[in-house]
Ligand binder design. Sequence first.
Ligand code: HH2
Length: 302
Amino acid sequence: MAAILRCGVLDLALDRPRVMGILNVTADSFSDGGRFLAPERAIAHGLAMAADGADLVDVGGESTRPGAEPVALEVELARVMPVLAALVREGVAVSVDTMKPEVMRRAVDAGCAMVNDVNAFRAEGAVAAVAASGVGLCAMHMQGTPATMQSDPRYDDVVAEVREYLAARARALESAGVARDRIAIDPGFGFGKNFAHNAALIAGIPALAAAGYPVVAGLSRKRMIGEITGRPAAERVAGSVAAALLAVQNGASIVRVHDVRETVDALKVWIALTPDPSPRGRGEQSSPSPLGEGRGEGSSRS
Ligand code: HH2
């Protein structure tokens, strides 16, 4: 697996776990809906997450929570673009969380480092929108659509099916000219998965990583954490940090989280006390080094 994830001008070294901070510029996200709909609040929160050590800030303008309805292109652009542009101007590495090719194109033009698609670039024109850009790409697995995905998800072998799907999507990107070291994969926790499916996928991260792409894990504040702890979304911080550590322990390269400061602290401890902090299954190993202060330490902008 690549030791570096190439994200446009950002080379994200994967010798230690990386943190993607979640910035939902939406009215209805399951844990922070409405909090960051005002651009100035969103920008301030993005800057705060970067200062707390987020390697990427993932800006999204459309909730994909179970039952969510799609938003119109103009609405999504109006939410995402001013925030994304302001963060890029401030030197923050930004990822855009979208399923829409036009949003992808505009975000790439505005200097985003990564495109994160819960639909794995299946929309017509999505692969073409990103192929020639050079930015990093995160392809996520989802069974069904957000509107219906949690009604009755079924798999014969969830790990094998998710892995095969993600490998096929990565191959589709590579066939369109995307370099392998630009691609990350994500099993899509909670996207058409029940508790047992999610649990199997956490345990199955080594098998997913064996597909040869860095694994992104997004467990933060999700229903599974609530089912285990009995807590509402806003009180799932400790549970989410525990899940992020477990994902990293199992070989995830990037964790997508709401609570950047707490996760970065936990990872610092985990890295400092783990003999080999590089994700299992990765070919080349490196010596332990604590997470640096602030954003981007260990990454390079060229
Ligand atoms: N989860 C959500 C959205 N985007 N992207 C990736 N790669 N992996 C994930 O697990 C993932 C994702 C859903 O979480 P959130 O953004 O917090 O909520 P909402 O979709 O309601 O905005």
